[in-house]
Write a protein that binds this ligand. Structure first.
Ligand code: F6P
Length: 375
């Protein structure tokens, strides 16, 4: 297929992430240099199914390097379970037909582990696909990192920094809840960089006693305040066990009914644990006597301009994707590997999650700094 590719589709899927536009621009500029046409699909997989497109010429690509979000829009749709009104359909055939009509030779999908799953489904249906790793969570398997992560870590670090002065002034515990889904990278990175006194991660279930102990030790040493960086996926030992058991039930369910019941149970467990940071704040107040407050960072971590590191990474991965397409390399993700890039089969990425290994160097660093990890 090398030399023959003329029209390439591109879309952004899943949660938005700083650097998406830099990656679109990186791919687009390299693609235009090859003389290709680039067709952007709006709102992720939804635009691919509904055939909503925009031509990405050099004018459309100009001035977007520093822009946050995605100029194409995004969604979390699944191609094989695609919602149309009240109906759920398998939209794979529709996508293939749309791409044939548009004369699309390949589709570049910017997304995470879920997008890799969609990409495999599209590849099985006959499309040439390639993905780029995007997420603030840094949880995509087989890549060193993903664009969005560095920016989000900057934002979360600044938040942890700023919480220090108000916690100090009021002699309070302030818990800062940081995104990351089921991975603790963002919280661990921002927690260390921002000098959090306690860092709580999904990978290390905590006990309230241990967290309180760290705070009381600080009080004994004259620090009547503490800043706790809490990952949105962090749980105490009991909640973590309940959650894991519910997840295992879903995995073990063999019939559709059993699956439905197990998924409903998992959703209930997740729901009951949603306010976990507020619960921890109350428990710490009772255990330490210090007033506690919660600050949920939320979507501010995903918004706004990408930092230099993310612009650079997204540009490197975007241009590398154009090289891969030129060589006819499909069914893979362009991974960041050291100073370079590497093509990784999508099967090694889809549905996988890169958690923080409990013996990771960052964990070691936190322990050496006497940061409480709640264990
Ligand atoms: O994956 C990125 C992320 O921001 C996670 O950190 C968070 O759990 C999730 O997306 C939020 O998803 P949504 O945008 O659907 O609320």
């Amino acid at each position: 297929m090398a030399g023959k590719t003329k029209r390439i589709g591109i879309l952004t899927a899943g949660g938005d992430s700083p650097g998406l536009n830099a990656a679109i621009r990186g791919f687009g500029k390299a693609a235009l240099t090859n003389g290709w046409e680039i067709v952007g699909f709006r709102d992720g997989i939804r635009g691919l199914v509904e055939n909503r497109t925009v031509t990405l010429d050099s004018r459309a690509l100009s001035g977007i390097l520093t822009v946050g979000g995605t100029i194409l829009g995004t969604s979390r749709d699944k191609v094989h379970k695609f919602q149309v009104g009240d109906e759920v359909i398998d939209a794979r055939k529709i996508v293939v037909e749309n791409c044939e009509k548009l004369g699309i030779d390949a589709v570049v999908l910017l997304g995470g582990g879920g997008t890799a799953k969609n990409a495999i489904r599209l590849a099985d249906a006959g499309l040439n696909v390639i993905t780029l790793p995007k997420t603030i969570d840094n949880d995509i398997a087989r890549t060193d990192t993903s664009f969005g992560f560095a920016t989000a870590m900057e934002i979360a670090t600044e938040a942890v920094d700023r919480l220090h002065s108000t916690a100090h002034s009021h002699h309070r515990i302030i818990l800062s809840e940081i995104m990351g889904h089921r991975a603790g990278w963002l919280t661990l990175g921002a927690g260390i960089a921002g000098g959090a006194d306690v860092i709580l991660l999904p990978e290390i279930p905590y006990t309230v006693e241990s967290v309180a102990e760290t705070i009381k030790r600080r009080m004994k040493n004259g620090s009547t305040f503490s800043v706790v960086a809490v990952a949105e996926g962090a749980r105490d030992v009991r909640d973590a066990a309940d959650y894991e058991a519910a997840r295992l039930l879903v995995k073990a369910a063999t019939t559709p009914e059993a699956q439905r019941a197990a998924k409903a149970h998992l959703a209930n467990v997740e729901d009951s644990q949603r306010e976990h940071t507020f619960k921890l704040a109350r428990e710490l107040e009772a255990a330490t006597g210090l007033e506690s407050r919660v600050s949920i960072l939320g979507y501010v971590q995903r918004g706004g301009i990408p930092c230099a590191a993310d612009r650079l990474l997204a540009s490197r991965l975007g241009t590398a994707a154009a090289e891969a397409v030129a060589q006819g390399q499909f069914g893979c993700m362009v991974a960041a590997r050291g100073e370079g890039t590497e093509l990784v089969p999508l099967e090694e990425v889809a549905g996988k999650i890169k958690l923080v290994p409990t013996d990771h160097e960052w964990i070691h660093t936190a322990r050496m700094l006497h940061t409480g990890l709640g264990d």
